[in-house]
Write a protein that binds this ligand. Structure first.
Ligand SMILES: C[S@@+](CC[C@H](N)C(=O)[O-])C[C@H]1O[C@@H](n2cnc3c(N)ncnc32)[C@H](O)[C@@H]1O
Length: 205
């Protein structure tokens, strides 16, 4: 395991017990609606959620699909396990690194991740793995915060990024739309509810 992976994992292990409380304000104000919009696009028999965290997307899981979800932080996954039991949810939870998935090529109809690629140490490697395990004709759905397109704001985000990443494990200057476009998908579509810094991405393989 490399140093960047270890650091990110440790940060999420550390904040896991407080994660839901830390994000409660933004969740209620913005994230809920974006999650709802993204999960409405989910379809297919077998769905994979990457970077499941504490299981904030559990309320949106479709009952008609077989669900698998993974995270590389043991402590975040423990919180998800508790939520799974509380909600009596059917989901296979796995401890795994999205940069190195153990699934066969073309395994899932939909692969989904929310606010994950801001913290994956090698985001393009992770996105390439999503492409690999997604079935041809299937889709990858992402909800991600990204670097602003406004030059001055982008400059500020780049300057304070190391501090934010050190404190919360998340980078605020990722260019995830550009990264996913480099992975070979047939089509990459941005939902119109996307904002300058938060993107709802649908990539069709
Ligand atoms: C900001 S949290 C988001 C959690 C959840 N998706 C949500 O919407 O609340 C990012 C999550 O991605 C996980 N993560 C980061 N890098 C990862 C990797 N390489 N493999 C698997 N999980 C990863 C972290 O452990 C953390 O749980």
């Amino acid at each position: 395991m490399n140093a960047a992976n270890d650091k990110t994992k440790q940060r999420y292990n550390r904040i896991a017990p407080y994660f839901d409380v830390l994000e409660a304000f933004l969740e209620g104000l913005f994230f809920n609606e974006w999650r709802k919009t993204l999960w409405q696009k989910v379809e297919g028999e077998h769905v994979l959620e990457v970077g499941v965290g504490t299981g904030k997307n559990f309320p949106y899981y479709p009952t008609s699909s077989r669900m698998t979800a993974l995270d590389f932080s043991e402590k975040m996954l423990q919180q998800a396990q508790r939520k799974k039991q509380r909600l009596r949810l059917e989901v296979d939870l796995e401890l795994m690194d999205v940069q190195n998935l153990c699934y066969a090529d073309n395994s899932f109809d939909t692969v989904i991740g929310t606010f994950v690629f801001c913290s994956v140490p090698q985001p393009v490697k992770g996105l390439q793995e999503l492409y690999r395990v997604c079935k041809p004709g299937g889709q990858v759905l992402l909800l991600e915060h990204v670097l602003s397109s406004r030059p001055l704001l982008a400059k500020m985000m780049n300057v304070i990024n190391p501090l934010v990443a050190m404190s919360f494990g998340a980078n605020i200057n990722r260019q995830t739309v550009k990264s996913i476009k480099s992975c070979g998908f047939q089509k990459v579509i941005l939902d119109p509810t996307s904002s300058d810094m938060v993107k709802l991405i649908q990539a069709i393989k």
